[in-house]
Each structure stands twice: as C-alpha cells, then as structure tokens.
Design a protein around this ligand. Structure first.
Ligand code: SF4
Ligand code: ZN
Ligand code: ZN
Length: 321
C-alpha cells in the first residue's frame, strides 16, 4: 500500500482519526506539523526562552525533537527532576537524555526533590504513611513537580514552560475536572494559557493534539532510548483517572477522532467562558514558601502536605530532620 501523502513510499502507519495511511517519513512530518501549528497559535516561535520539562519518558524526547524542528535550540533549555523513587530513577536514563538533548543543541538542568524540597519522594511517602495519612505518592509528586518546574522556569527567565502532555493526557484531565466541576481549573486546560499569578511562568503543551500511540510510534521510529520502566507508585494512582482513561479509549475505538473532537470543542468553549468570566485578582501567596496558592488558602498544598507528614515545622518554616 502506498502512502496517501507522498504517493511514493510504502505506507506503514494507519491513522484512524484521519483515515490516512502514511509512510514513516510522512508520519513524522504529520506529527511535527501538528506540534508546530499548536505552538505557533500560542506564539512559542516568538519566545526568547522556553524551558522544556523533561522526564526522560518517550513524550519528553518527542517534545524536544518536534520543537527543535522549527525553533532555534539556543532558545530551548531542558529541566529534569529526579523524584527519588527507588529502582525507578536511574543515572543512565538521565545520561541518555542528556546525550540526546545535547545532540539537538539543548542544555539540560538537573534537579531533584532531595535537593530542592529536602526529601526524596520515597522519604515523603515513608513519613506520610507513618503519620497514617492516606495521600497517594502521585499527589506529592505532581504538586512538587509543578512547583519546581515553575521555579526553574522563573530562574532561567523563560517565557514559557513546555511539558510533554499528549492528547490522551489532556482529554483525561478535562473530563476529570468536568466531573469535579472545577471551572477555573478546567479553563486552564485550554489551548491559550492564562496567568493567575505574576509568579507563574505560562505553561504550554505543544503535544496536546498528538495521540499517545503516535508519540509512542514516533519514539520507536526515532530509536530513542527512553525510560520504559513503570513507576512503582503507578498502582496507587487515583482510580478516577484510570476509569476515565478506559472510557475514553472505548469511545475512541468506536469512533476514531473522538479525543481530538473533544479537545477542539473544549478549546472553543473555554475561549467563550474565558471571555465571559471575570478572572479574580492575583492568586494569594503561601505564607511559608511564598509561592502562589489557591484562592482562600494561606498555605499551599505542598507545604500543607509536608506539615501533615511531619516534615515541616510550621512555626519555624524549616524542614525537620
Ligand atoms: Fe510521580 Fe505518580 Fe508518576 Fe510515579 S506515577 S512518577 S509517583 S506522578
Ligand atoms: Zn509518505
Ligand atoms: Zn508553600
């Protein structure tokens, strides 16, 4: 079968959402074109500096590679966090990532929870369980990761922080926030980012129109040696996400293109909501760490988690040894 685009090479990929059969080269070009379109829409090409949050997983390789195909890599800087998860964080993975990024001309900054929070994720979990808290590792991990990524973006004066979230991740998050009825959080998932605090660096997701199976295939065709191990905490992930994921796959299977349609319709809706919603004033800052926190809160969720796990003394604002 011949590729529907170049009409020259043998087709290897069938894209259910477009109905096209593509050769490897045209498939790679198709993914890059979608990433570029999404990025130009938010003005990434005009940025002076973009921080890429890279985990070492396949999506972070695809993020760096697709952006490097149309943005001067001098403007890109990568940032990786070692969470401190026994058996999962491995030195050679970071070295692979560094090597690949350097081949694209992108510098990698390394950080860790231990260095910037004071504890590894394993330590946070040990103390949290010891205190009888019922908080999943992903809650600790996601919250601190967001905070450190934002801090890193600010430290290098980045105009944007780009993450490797793909279409599947985005639509799952939208549906979960719809179910929770959290409107303010929900419109943050729209294509154009909003800034609720001067301390936030705008977050963008250039892969948000690319299916997860496509990032997997892109990584496979490109021969990346990405992190393939599964995080040992994944089984403790909140179950709502797993259920939503399953439901969305079922819908996509019945009607290919469903995820893309949901995201595109959501973007249109979010634009209307944003124009009509009086966004509140700047977010308050946490009394302890000084970072933005939700409206009505004095202490951010991250500091609150450390306090409840007995890892931060509220009065002295110091990590406890
Ligand atoms: Fe962190 Fe949870 Fe992902 Fe593991 S599965 S890396 S704990 S968010
Ligand atoms: Zn082709
Ligand atoms: Zn705080």
């Amino acid at each position: 079968m011949i590729c529907d685009v170049c009409k020259a090479r043998e087709a290897e990929v069938y894209q259910p959402h477009s109905g096209k059969r593509l050769c490897r080269k045209c498939f790679i070009e198709d993914v890059r074109a979608r990433v570029k379109e999404e990025s130009l829409k938010i003005g990434l090409d005009k940025a002076n500096k973009i921080l890429l949050a890279v985990s070492g997983g396949k999506d972070s390789y695809v993020l760096a590679d697709t952006l490097a195909s149309f943005i001067d890599t001098q403007k890109l800087i990568a940032y990786n966090i070692t969470e401190g998860i026994h058996g999962y964080n491995r030195r050679e993975q970071i070295e692979q990532l560094r090597k690949y990024l350097s081949s694209l001309g992108i510098e990698l900054i390394e950080d860790s929870f231990k260095q910037s929070v004071g504890y590894t994720l394993d330590e946070m979990m040990k103390y949290s369980i010891g205190k009888g808290l019922n908080v999943s590792a992903c809650t600790f991990c996601g919250g601190f990761r967001r905070k450190l990524i934002n801090n890193a973006g600010r430290a290098v004066s980045a105009d944007y922080v780009a993450t490797g979230h793909n279409l599947d991740d985005e639509v799952q998050a939208i549906v979960i926030n719809l179910i929770r009825g959290d409107l303010l959080r929900l419109i943050r998932f729209a294509d154009k980012p909003i800034k609720l605090s001067s301390k936030f660096v705008l977050r963008v997701k250039p892969l948000r129109k690319v299916y997860e199976w496509e990032t997997t295939l892109y990584a496979y065709y490109s021969g990346y040696q990405f992190q393939e191990l599964e995080c040992p905490y994944i089984s403790t992930r909140p179950t709502l996400r797993a259920k939503v994921r399953e439901l969305l796959y079922m819908l996509e299977d019945k009607k290919p293109g469903t995820l893309l349609t949901i995201l595109e319709e959501f973007d249109k809706l979010a634009e209307k909501v944003r124009n009509q919603t009086q966004l509140k004033e700047e977010l308050p800052t946490c009394k302890i760490c000084g970072e933005p926190t939700s409206y009505g809160r004095e202490i951010c969720k991250n500091c609150e988690l450390l306090i409840s796990a007995g890892l931060l003394n509220y009065h002295q604002n110091l990590p406890m040894s």
